[in-house]
Design a protein around this ligand. Structure first.
Ligand code: MSP
Length: 496
């Protein structure tokens, strides 16, 4: 089966930060896991390069918008590699093929009567790239998010008949109760729709950095229409992809800041273009620092490149998915990061691995084989693979990781209770020691296969040391054992 997965495409007018890394990492956990389940995955991310903020930033810096995006897009592409995300295609909305496909789709929407020439008058926030109703403004005419004074814009442009889709959207939501997850986001989107939908501007007159409206080339499409369509246009030209094969997306990840665009405008646009809708949107929360959203405008951002430099991509991936319950907002901090790195990655997992392999080396010359008696811990490991799969099917990324971590804790408790170094002192315990060592190694094999999506590098090192070459879904007790080798610490201690 195919599994098409997307992240939002990120604005290129600022530096990539931890918030961008967050969604890409979460998506990569799903992509890697689904590949382990032999799904044919297509994982898409990229950059959103049109719109006013880019044009304005370019003007400030005295370069053309194209120069600016050509300079910044590689930083986002680089981030993908640095967080070790296995992206299949990185789309840039300045790609000619994207622009051409946007024009084709929107021409079709126009030709089927969903577009009309209208008059726009109202407030627009260039930073949000969003039109604001009078009720949304604060202190007279400020953007409630960016707190900047907005100008009243008056222009004649093209409109998309969003209001026509009120009923079809309500019906769609009614028929697909899991279309938006978590459920409180579904309710939020549906109540927004029920409040009544107004038509929205489809094009802009005053800016020229964008995709030209084919039936009126003096205008460009409003950046959100151009941007949303990336999820579709990518399949028309990405190597190895096709619309026939992968459309519609199985899961689209995004944060709550762009819920309205994805849960209201996007499905209406697809209906208007006669394209099928994504199977599921998953809306995650914000990474916060001291309770504030991490964002470029607030300047409270953690640089993911620095963390990766010092601790490696695995540690960052693990921390973000573990610390903040996926779907909720949550605080992150350097202290919190170092804590989890030391107690969980270095001690609970890394140390357990080093000790186990060292003991098998010392007491059994590296050889381990399944005992004939029933396995200790069989009960504790029972159902773990099904549990992880079920949770990731529901995008419960933090819950799935915790389910695995509970087994790591069980293994640590087991080694503490059995004290294999004591058993090794008396030959009469030989069979029991064999069973204990096999159980530890088998437990490590199972958790490492399941942990692959979160910590691909460290889990691969351990699996290699265990001589396990397969990467599919494991069952506890299936391993035939064999020769294992010692390993260097998977997560070395960090000097202050
Ligand atoms: N370009 C639009 C999206 C177009 S999609 C068709 C955009 N870009 S953005 O650069 O602002 O990225 C927003 C996305 O980045 C969020 O939806 C989320 O995926 C991620 N995040 C940015 N900051 C974040 C946090 N502080 N916390 C969690 N996610 C964050 O909106």
């Amino acid at each position: 089966m195919t599994y098409f997965l997307t992240t939002p495409i990120y604005y290129v007018n600022a530096e990539p930060h931890l918030g961008h890394a967050y969604t890409t990492i979460a998506a990569d956990v799903l992509a890697r896991h689904m590949r382990q389940r032999a799904e044919e995955v297509f994982f898409l991310t990229g950059t959103d390069e049109h719109g006013e903020p880019v044009a304005q930033a370019a003007e400030r810096e005295g370069v053309t918008p194209q120069e600016l995006v050509d300079r910044n897009a590689p930083k986002f592409r680089d981030l993908v590699g640095r967080v070790n995300a296995t992206v299949d295609f990185f789309i840039r909305t300045s790609d000619d093929q994207h622009k051409k496909a946007v024009q084709e789709v929107l021409q079709r929407v126009h030709d089927s009567g969903h577009v009309y020439a209208g008059h726009y008058e109202g407030y627009y926030c260039p930073r949000c790239a969003d039109f604001k109703t009078d009720a949304e403004l604060i202190d007279g005419n400020k953007c409630p998010i960016h707190l900047i004074v907005l100008e009243r814009e008056v222009e004649d442009n093209w409109f998309f008949r969003l209001s026509e889709f009120q009923e079809p959207l309500e019906r769609w939501y009614g028929d697909h109760p899991e279309w938006v997850l978590p459920d409180f986001r579904y309710n939020e989107a549906l109540s927004f729709i029920k409040q009544g939908l107004q038509d929205v501007s489809l094009s802009r007159v005053r800016i020229s950095w964008g995709v030209k409206v084919p039936w009126e080339p003096s205008q460009v499409f409003y950046v959100w229409f151009d941007a949303l369509l990336n999820y579709y246009t990518a399949l028309t030209y990405a190597p190895g992809a096709s619309v026939e094969k992968f459309w519609p997306p199985n899961v689209q990840l995004l944060a709550k800041d762009i819920l309205k665009f994805h849960a209201v405008i996007w499905p209406a646009l697809l209906m208007a273009a006669d394209l099928s809708l994504p199977k599921q949107l998953y809306i995650h929360g914000y990474l916060l620092m001291d309770e504030h959203k991490m964002s470029k405008s607030l300047g409270n951002v953690i640089d993911p490149f620095q963390i990766i430099e010092k601790f490696g991509a695995d540690a960052l991936r693990f921390y973000l998915m573990r610390e903040v319950s996926f779907g909720q907002d949550g605080n992150v901090s350097t202290e919190g990061f170092e804590n989890r790195y030391t107690t969980e990655l270095a001690n609970e997992y890394g140390n357990l691995a080093s000790r186990t392999l060292a003991m098998i080396d010392r007491y059994r010359d590296g050889q381990v084989a399944p005992p004939s008696a029933p396995l200790p811990l069989a009960e504790s490991f029972d159902g773990i693979t099904e549990d992880v799969c079920g949770r990731l099917d529901r995008i419960d990324i933090t819950g799935a990781l915790d389910a695995v971590w509970q087994r790591i804790r069980a293994l640590n408790a087991f080694v503490a209770a059995e004290e294999p170094w004591q058993l090794a002192k008396d030959e009469a315990n030989a069979d029991h020691l064999d069973a204990v060592l096999y159980t530890l190694a088998e437990g490590l094999r199972v958790v490492s296969l399941l942990l692959h999506p979160w910590i691909p590098d460290a889990s691969a090192k351990l699996l290699t040391a265990l001589g396990e070459e397969r990467r599919g879904m494991p069952a506890f007790g299936d391993w035939q054992g064999g020769h294992v080798s010692k390993i260097a610490p998977l997560f070395p201690r960090i000097e202050a």
